[in-house]
Ligand binder design. Structure first.
Ligand code: DSN
Length: 451
């Protein structure tokens, strides 16, 4: 049989998809990509993700003894393959000869990148199989709480993630969620309020770490609250894992019972996630909750990408990148404030800035809202996302836009560029005027309709 279907290049086999990829490449290159959960995966990561590891099924885990091996010992193929052929492994499929080495390498490098001072690599139990952040968090619920148990997380509208108890997510449907909120005046987390709420409702798990709250939490204060009410503490640092690995954001590992994070945001790795626990008594529960509880076969190619990303995350150049990401976010926030745009939460400690688009244009009864603002900015070449701010009534009518600096920093932009972006974005948003189709047809501005 002709091997055309196997060996044909994409442009020959499917010119339509090949063209779409080219358009997308041009879009990513031609615009300022400022969605804080996005970054540009290094070529080395993409090579690993696009490798033949993609072709495998390997349900199960590497042998637990491999946790104790150094990178040199893991890469001693004679020793590893001899052991594998003599004793086989815990996988449900044969053929995991190299998968076991790869997964153990990804686990070890993750431990190296995130091991806090005073702990040993062996104290960290790392699971690199979650397909992404939501499945990772769902597995943690599966491991630590039962249906109907009380769980506390930050309200979605104030910066929590869907999986932190939103009623439209299964975390919210299957558990009794008591959301904490930021103080609406300061727009900051209030630990006394959280402690009082926790003592009143006695949650079984408390979640710290956020999706659209730009300030750093104090994980030790959360630990004290969790201890006081007898809860597990789960940290979700999906957004800030790159910053934490570089020492620029508090590292919850060793403080929280369990920490989850995606590897494709500030960590600039593959689309995947990791769960780390420092409690030996929970490690097996978490592994079983990921597989077979939540998932089937892991994406081995993504695990290859994690191994590469965790090596990169330990390089000095990665730390410099993360420092610039944070410096750029602060410059962006300052730039917006200097141009008369209200910066929500009073600024940023991270890679993320939220602005209040109501402060840019419109009236009290018809303000510029986040969706229209994000649409206008996109047309102008600045890609960000609409986002709720404290005080909003519905996630469908958010009054903010969320910006992030990882991708533009990877492209070499610095503080002065952020000032320019803030100035241009402010000017564009402030010149927005509402209109009706009739007014538009007759070029009648300012109008009275919708933005
Ligand atoms: N959807 C991601 C974000 O943009 O923050 C989180 O999962």
């Amino acid at each position: 049989m002709n091997d055309y279907l196997i060996r044909g290049r994409l442009a020959e086999v499917d010119p339509a998809v090949a063209e779409l990829i080219q358009h997308e490449q041009a879009r990513q290159f031609g615009k300022l990509m400022m969605i804080p959960s996005s970054s540009s995966a290094p070529r080395a990561v993409l090579e690993a993700v696009g490798s033949v590891f993609h072709n495998l099924y390997a349900e199960g885990y590497p042998h637990p003894d491999m946790r104790a091996l150094s990178e040199a010992e893991l890469l001693d193929y004679d020793a590893q393959l001899t052991y594998f052929r003599r004793y086989a492994d815990r996988r449900y499929y044969k053929g995991a000869d190299y998968v076991n080495i790869l997964e153990a390498l990804a686990q070890r490098r993750t431990a190296e990148a995130f091991c806090p001072p005073g702990m040993a690599l062996g104290d960290l139990f790392v699971n690199v199989q979650p397909l992404s952040g939501a499945p990772a968090n769902t597995a943690i619920y599966e491991a630590l709480v039962n249906e109907g148990d009380v769980v506390m997380g930050l309200d979605l509208m104030h910066g929590g993630h869907l999986t932190h108890g939103s009623p439209v997510n299964r975390s919210g449907r299957h558990h009794k969620i008591v959301s904490y909120r930021v103080n609406e005046k300061t727009e900051r987390i209030d630990y006394d309020e959280i402690m009082a709420l926790a003592m009143e409702h006695k949650p079984k798990m408390i979640i710290a770490g956020y999706t659209s709250y730009p300030l750093a939490p104090d994980f030790r204060k959360f630990r004290a609250i969790a201890d006081a009410c007898g809860a597990f503490l789960m940290a979700d640092i999906s957004h800030t894992a790159g910053l934490a690995a570089a020492g620029l954001y508090p590292n919850p590992i060793g403080i929280a019972d369990v920490t989850s994070f995606t590897t494709h945001k500030s960590l600039i790795g593959p689309r995947a996630a990791v769960i780390v626990s420092t409690r030996a008594d929970l490690a097996d529960r978490i592994d079983r909750a990921v597989f077979p509880g939540e998932q089937g076969g892991p994406h081995i190619n993504a695990i290859a990408g994690i191994a590469v990303a965790m090596k990169l995350a330990q390089q000095p150049v990665f730390k410099r990148l993360q420092q610039q990401i944070v410096a750029n976010a602060k410059a962006l926030a300052d730039g917006f404030a200097a141009n008369g745009v209200r910066v929500a939460h009073g600024g940023t400690d991270t890679h993320m800035v939220l602005i209040d688009t109501k402060s840019c244009a419109g009236t009290k009864d018809n303000p510029l809202m986040g969706d229209a603002a994000a649409r206008i900015l996109d047309v102008a070449g600045i890609v960000a996302n609409r986002n709720t701010l404290p005080g909003d009534k519905s996630p469908l009518r958010p009054s903010g836009v969320r910006f992030g600096t990882p991708w533009v920093t990877q492209r070499g932009l610095v503080e002065a560029d952020m000032g320019e972006i803030a100035e241009v974005a402010a000017r564009i948003l402030k010149s927005a005027r509402p209109f009706t189709p009739e007014q538009l047809a007759h070029n009648q501005f300012p109008g009275q309709g919708r933005f």
